[in-house]
Ligand binder design. Sequence first.
Ligand SMILES: [Fe+2]
Length: 370
Amino acid sequence: MATVTSTQTQHLPISVKANSQSMEEKPKVRRAIDEEGDTVAASHPHYLPVWDHGEKYAPLQPFEHIERGKGADPSFKDLLTEGSKLQHLTPTTGSEVTGVQLSKLSDAGKDQLALLVAQRKVVAFRNQDFENLPIQEALDFGGYFGRRHIHPTTGSPEGYPELHIVHRNGNVSEFDSFRGNRNSSVGWHSDVSNEKQPPGTTFLYALDVPEVGGDTGFVNQVEAYNRLSPLLKERLHGLKAIHSGLQQAESSKKRDGIVRREPVASEHPIVRTHPATGEKALFVNEGFTKSIVGFKNEESEMLLKFLYDHIGRGIDYQARVRWAPGTVVIWDNRVTSHSVIVDWTTGERRHLARITPQAEAPFETPYIPE
Ligand SMILES: [Fe+2]
């Protein structure tokens, strides 16, 4: 196991590696590199995931989050420097930036990055050098924005548990089984919203991506909140929902996958306020939100179904980001949901790496009558 040195990291590895001499008791380790078959070689094989059944982490402890976007200069002068170009994908949601090298940003530029992403919800930066940096350098960059999360059920490159790897190697049967029982691949979610302090400014960078397809869809949950009637907004304020990681852990176990940290459930406000922008967002997602505290089952199901339908159908407050080599997509996980779009059938590999800084415990501010 890697020695993790960042001060932003407080994960405590628990050593459960079998110290028995017996080979049979050694925890199973599965490596994606061993399952490549006749696929086209990965361009970044050192980023392929390893699932180590012996790798365990203690429960996450509370930490004080420093919100980098708060108080950042809204002129973005240290971020959008001369020669850079910012283009909006839609009026409310999503932007693309060219002419900026993220890894070279000053701290002021990084603070402005957090603010820009909070305002635009998702920003794609093109032609970045992240994929070619030593992995630890990319992790250090992400660690500026919050404590780096270790995902409880995914594999990581050996020695870098804080990297969450998104990977389909193009194996057709894997795609068939993914799509086998569903009409659409769309599954809106906010990453690990079940944690007490879910992620904020979140980074995903391309390693291998299909030439066409495999986009990521984002929905702006501030705008989803804004579209509601004043009466419904007022009713939602003060409500809390339970977000649980149990199902994710169970489904990993069913597939003989790993559970590196025991899943937790958290109660979060249904309307949360962003600490940098002050905007209010709907904070529910189909991936993790299970029920509304204090409501009876049918009431909770009905209201959550309405909210999920509202979020899912709002193409007028969604953006779709197209991947390309060298692209780093950054979203604010507090005010968005996202979904992969599994629509390519070419057998091309889709391999991305995520750095997931955790943020504050969600909080709400009072309803303001309109
Ligand atoms: Fe995700």
